[in-house]
Design a protein around this ligand. Structure first.
Ligand code: 5GP
Length: 253
């Protein structure tokens, strides 16, 4: 069997050249890292859960008209996505204070924010993904003014969608991170939600108990990470034993 060409090996995913030009295969690994890879482990089953959950969120976003890079899930660990140029920003949306915002501003974790707050970090592991302002983004040409308007709108639409889905299963969407990709259709570029959306990149707290159901379980040694992610998947009706895609995949043109 011909070997696939590896394009990129990240901390939680490996990217391979896809079967057709303009496509990429995302392989979800079981590797977990935190604090800029200072803490590492292999958590059995994490990749499968993130693959299924990310498929579920990306398909749902597509169905409400939010463009994503997702094409279809291929198997339990891989999905086919559109190849795109990643904007070098981590786009973070926060509904409740937690994590670095709580540390930076001294706001108690769990405090509801007056409105969703969007932050941008420059994607550079060697610098620890520093927080940047729109001034930096414009001055260094990471994204145009128009891109930033589109990114803000995408981020808030993703927030509304995810908050609603989570609310429906008794989970508070505290915050999350997304990445944005540029895809080119002829001379036109458009921005799509790329990478993944999973409990690795969101803070998810049980509405009643505030129990953490996300990667903080690993970061803060709060218990079994697979159990936490399985609970999210169970509540959403997305279980690993379900071998078929949760909804019919749609091709984005
Ligand atoms: P914080 O800035 O509080 O560390 O993170 C805010 C949110 O963005 C959290 O939901 C966190 O999981 C997510 N996030 C921030 N940086 C990264 C990152 O490098 N990788 C992943 N997967 N998520 C991140």
């Amino acid at each position: 069997m011909a070997r696939r060409k590896k394009i990129y090996e990240g901390k939680a995913k490996t990217l391979y050249e896809g079967p057709e030009p303009g496509t990429i295969v995302q392989y979800f690994k079981d590797d977990a890292t935190a604090f800029n890879a200072e803490k590492k482990d292999v958590i059995e089953g994490k990749g499968v859960l993130n693959n299924l959950l990310s498929e579920y969120f990306m398909l749902g976003l597509g169905q409400v008209g939010v463009p994503t890079h997702f094409i279809k899930r291929l198997n339990m660990r891989e999905q086919l996505v559109r190849s795109c140029e990643i904007v070098p920003l981590e786009v973070i949306v926060r509904n409740y204070a937690a994590g670095t915002m709580s540390k930076r501003l001294g706001i108690e974790e769990g405090t509801q924010l007056p409105r969703p707050i969007v932050e941008y970090c420059y994607k550079d592991d060697s610098l620890g993904d520093p927080l940047v302002t729109e001034e930096h983004i414009a001055a260094f040409g990471w994204a145009s003014q128009q891109d930033m308007e589109d990114i803000l709108s995408l981020a808030l639409r993703v927030n509304d969608f995810l908050s609603g889905i989570m609310f429906g299963v008794g989970i508070k969407l505290v915050d999350f991170k997304i990445e944005i990709g540029r895809v080119y259709d002829g001379d036109f570029q458009r921005l799509v939600v790329a990478d993944e959306i999973s409990p690795d990149s969101c803070r998810l707290w049980d509405m009643e108990t505030n129990q953490k159901l996300d990667k903080d379980v690993f970061r803060r040694d709060l218990g079994n990470l697979t159990d936490a992610y399985t609970e999210v998947a169970r509540r959403l009706g997305v279980m690993p034993k379900n071998q078929t895609p949760v909804t019919k995949p749609t091709l984005i043109n």
